[in-house]
Write a new protein. Structure first.
Length: 362
């Protein structure tokens, strides 16, 4: 190899390590998506957001199925915004998997390599290898209708991976599964993504899927990124009501003076942290203790007069939605809810210890 060839090879290797660099701008009527994504090779990023936020639009733009209005899309240093979908090094796992019903699992997986010009025998050998890796060797001859939801999901993943994509896109990959299968397949998918050396982008509305599968979360609301960070960062420091509800926290904004925060809505909250200026205050529903009469001698420094707006089952607990001096949600055991004789319209006092609050700068 000459010096020139060596230098060129080094440049190619360097560009290949760049991962995804994209600004996705898509305008459709009154809606405008405008987000910037950078994802390193080997990293799994989850796009989260409410319905209509633009998550699926972003995924379709990355796949080339929705054209960009403006912006750019570079993968490993190569511009792809004008490259047709079938020519992009991208694998997609759709929400409903979209397996070919007339083909066996083996031939579904072999379809991608065949489209890339690989011979039938070689493509089927690659497909067999991927099915074996995903624990599906015994189902190679089965057609989709004979597969369980979890098996179909893994066939769809094998089909996407068989093309050796540099970008793997997963659109609600676990949404079609029942709760029991979802738990098992989520764990399997996490292991497979951990071994994936290129870029993976996951779209989901399920916070647990995002927390388990992704290295980093990007939260999109109304076509804009409102927060991004590791799952732990997002869970600990939510910055919008949607994110707070997603991770199960009561969230407020106010102005801090030492350990006291005057919320924008009026009430005071005593916090563990001593801060100055605009802050967020958050605490979990299980940090809230409810009383039917104003408590005396309580060690909690935060006390608010509220009214029960509604009650709902939340896992193995009862979630009380409270209105009044400070709107919040509280989680109680069914026994505690019964002993308090809670019902919509009941007056209660809510307390939260300062040590169970968390304040952080806006």
């Amino acid at each position: 190899m000459t010096g020139t060839d060596s230098a060129a090879a080094d440049v190619r290797a360097e560009s290949r390590a760049e991962g995804l660099d994209a600004r996705l701008v898509v305008e459709r009527g009154a809606f405008r998506l405008d987000i910037t994504l950078t994802v390193a090779p080997g990293e799994v990023v989850a796009l989260l957001g409410p319905n209509g936020a633009g998550k699926t639009t972003a995924l379709r733009a990355l796949a080339g199925l929705t054209p960009l209005t403006e912006g750019h899309l570079r993968l490993d240093g190569v511009a792809l915004e004008h490259t047709p979908p079938e020519s992009r090094p991208v694998g997609v796992v759709f929400q409903d998997y979209l397996l070919f019903p007339h083909l066996t699992a083996l031939d579904n997986v072999a379809f991608g390599p065949r489209c890339q010009g690989v011979s039938k025998a070689a493509a089927r050998a690659q497909a067999a290898d991927w099915l074996d890796r995903l624990g599906l060797a015994a189902h190679a001859g089965a057609k989709p209708r004979k597969l369980s939801g979890g098996q179909a999901q893994r066939v769809a993943l094998a089909r996407a991976l068989a093309t050796n994509p540099r970008l793997l896109l997963l659109d609600e990959p676990l949404a079609a599964l029942d709760a029991r299968t979802r738990l098992e397949v989520r764990a399997q998918l996490r292991r497979h993504l951990a071994d994936f050396e290129a870029v993976a982008v996951l779209v989901t509305h399920d916070p647990l899927d995002a927390m388990v599968l992704a290295d980093r979360l990007v939260v999109v609301e109304e076509g804009r990124i409102v927060q991004e960070g590791t799952p732990a960062d997002i869970a600990r420091r939510p910055r919008t009501d949607y994110i707070a509800q997603l991770v199960g926290l009561n969230l407020y904004r106010g102005k801090a003076e030492g350990h006291t925060v005057r919320l924008d809505t009026g009430p005071l909250v005593t916090t563990t942290e001593a801060l100055t200026g605009p802050v967020y205050v958050a605490f979990p529903p299980n940090a809230v203790t409810l009383h039917r009469a104003r408590p005396t001698g309580s060690s909690a420094r935060n006390l608010w007069h509220c009214e029960v707006g509604g009650l709902e089952t939340h896992g193995d607990q009862i979630r009380a939605v409270l209105t009044g001096e400070l709107p919040l949600v509280a989680d109680l055991t069914t026994v505690a809810a019964a002993e308090l004789d809670l019902y919509p319209g009941a007056e209660v006092w809510a307390t939260v210890k300062a040590t169970q609050t968390h304040a952080y700068p806006v």
